[in-house]
Design a binder for this molecule. Structure first.
Ligand code: FAD
Ligand code: NAD
Length: 478
């Protein structure tokens, strides 16, 4: 057998979502022999069932919202009714057509990604994989015409198997009326009344989108405020907006059970109250797909929740096994999965590696308005109180000229900086398309710019980014 340095480094990647995809591409780019094993489709849950379909549905809801908001700018639509009296036309959404469009888009993106892998020289094997010790993967390929078990030996294994919706025994999804977020795209029409259980990011995004598309929506939120993981001021703006949209928000309420009735569903809360509705979406979190993968047998350490423990370069407790994405104990975000996948391979192959700093991750909640965040936040700063002192400033969008012009003033830009040095350490933007505005703050946080450096960059006039430079200017220390 050739010595390790005389032959190509062999990499086996388990799972083809953002984590596995990026790992495989990076491996091929660095000259390794890469095999990627995927049981469903390249792109993973991110492309096929989670990020791409949900953000496409939200884009349609955004279209509806834009038509409704046009009145604020003086745009009116009417058709002549009886006796020439103007009648307002109704907005109609053909959900079957919307779902068809977004599933086609997701499928096409998966095919594009498969082609990119193949063009890069990655061998893609369709099948269900599991570890056979720290240097081999067993793949069941019978369903796709291969041998029952292929054994792929590897110098490095990257596990990127993602996660699945958490299911409650007392509220089992049936794919028709009681649904996980993966089953929403079979709906032929907008539900009459959708109960959304769980007000984390997934629940909040879907509740917002379906309400905007015309469904009656009840959001069952176990906490005092929706979006408990977000900046409290930002979550308050969203909750206000939900109520303005006519959503029923039931705070401090837990769903005990959800059952089918003749006409729909019956949701029973832990305090005994009940809600009758046509459909129920369960958005109560995820569990990692790490069961039965031979991980612990190979020496890989898991947390109590079944997530794979990894360090900042995505390495597990076993030197030859790395892990990326939702199956790890890092943030469950597509961008983080990709970064972990790339970092794992660069580390394994001895290339330049920058350890991942979770604090610098930019994230976005695709509600209307959106909440974009990066860096330190009020909670992490409170936990670290006494260690360091910070200053903060908030600019409401109601004073931003561009926001006023486009008729959208419900939001703000909040900046955090160290008091002594003026270094920007975090920010929150609540705005229409906040996801497109946060990058400037992500750059500032990642590269430790000071508030004065941010303030001295030109922002276009008029623009929402003007609120970022305004906030930075307000934090100038003299
Ligand atoms: C509704 C929703 C919306 C979201 N929106 C966003 C967003 O806007 N932005 C964002 O950054 N994140 C978003 N996320 C999170 C994002 O989807 C995940 O962080 C991302 O999918 C993680 O990528 P991954 O590579 O870890 O796993 P996945 O995308 O889950 O891919 C894992 C792959 O592994 C395969 N697999 C599993 N087990 C095996 C096995 N034994 N053998 C072979 N293959 C296997 C699966 O088939 C799957 O294709 C959203 C999540 C949800 C639920
Ligand atoms: N825009 C995005 O980037 C995006 C979108 C969706 C998800 N995600 C990722 O997925 C992660 C998980 O988000 P999530 O919302 O799916 O899960 P989550 O675990 O963050 O939220 C689930 C919520 O459901 C509540 N809950 C649990 N059981 C309940 C019950 N019986 N009744 C009422 N409420 C109950 C929990 O208290 C929790 O607040 C996010 O942190 C994010 O990283 C990202």
């Amino acid at each position: 057998m050739a010595k390790a340095y005389e032959r190509k480094h062999r990499i086996a990647v388990l799972g083809g979502g953002p984590g596995g995809y990026e790992a495989a591409l990076a491996g091929a780019q660095l000259g390794a022999e890469v095999t990627l094993i995927e049981r469903a489709g390249v792109g993973g849950a991110a492309v096929l069932t989670d990020v791409v379909p949900s953000k496409s549905l939200i884009a349609t809801a955004g279209g509806v919202q834009a038509v409704r908001d046009a009145g604020r700018l003086g745009v009116q639509a009417f058709v002549p009714g009886a006796h020439g009296k103007p009648v307002r036309p109704e907005i109609a959404v053909n959900l079957a057509a919307v779902n068809k469009r977004l599933l086609a888009m997701a499928g096409a993106q998966s095919v594009d990604m498969l082609r990119s892998l193949e063009d890069a020289g990655v061998r893609v094997v369709q099948g269900e994989g599991r570890l056979d010790g720290p240097n081999a993967v067993l793949v069941s390929t019978a369903a796709s015409g291969g041998t029952d078990f292929d054994r792929i030996e590897a110098d490095t294994i990257v596990v990127a198997v993602g996660s699945s919706p958490r299911e409650l025994d007392s509220a089992k999804p049936d794919g028709e009326r009681i649904l996980t977020w993966k089953q929403l795209y079979d709906l032929p029409a907008i539900p009459d009344h959708l109960v959304v259980v769980g007000s984390g990011v997934t629940g909040a995004e879907f509740a917002n989108a379906y309400r905007t598309l015309g469904a009656e929506v009840t959001l069952v939120s176990s906490r005092e405020q929706v979006l408990p993981g977000e900046d409290p001021d930002a979550a308050a703006v969203i909750e206000r907006e939900f109520k303005r949209l006519g959503m029923h928000v039931m705070s401090k309420s837990r769903a005990d059970s959800v059952v089918r009735t003749e006409r729909g569903v019956l949701v029973t809360l832990s305090d005994g109250r009940t809600i009758e509705a046509s459909h129920c979406l369960m958005a109560v979190g995820s569990i990692p797909n790490t069961d039965g993968l031979g991980l612990e047998e190979a020496g890989v350490e898991l947390t109590d929740s079944g997530h794979i423990r990894v360090n900042k370069v995505a390495r597990t407790a076993v030197p030859s096994v790395y892990a990326a994405g939702d199956c790890t104990d890092f943030f469950p975000l597509a961008s983080v999965a990709s970064m972990q996948g790339r970092t794992a391979i660069m580390h394994a192959l001895g290339d330049f590696v920058r350890p991942i700093d979770l604090r610098n991750v930019a994230a976005n909640v695709f509600t209307y308005p959106e909440i974009a965040t990066v860096g330190w936040n009020e909670r992490t700063l409170a936990e670290a109180s006494g260690l360091a002192q910070h200053v903060t400033h908030t600019v409401p969008l109601s004073v931003n000229p561009r926001a006023k012009m486009i008729g959208f003033t419900d939001g703000f830009v909040k900046l955090f900086a160290w008091k002594a040095s003026g270094t920007v350490i975090g920010g929150v933007i609540v705005a229409h398309r906040a996801s497109e505005l946060i990058f400037s703050l992500a750059l500032a946080v990642e590269h430790r710019l000071t508030v004065d450096q941010v303030a001295s960059a030109f922002a276009v006039y008029p623009s929402m980014t003007g609120a970022i430079t305004d906030a930075a200017r307000a934090l100038h220390q003299h």
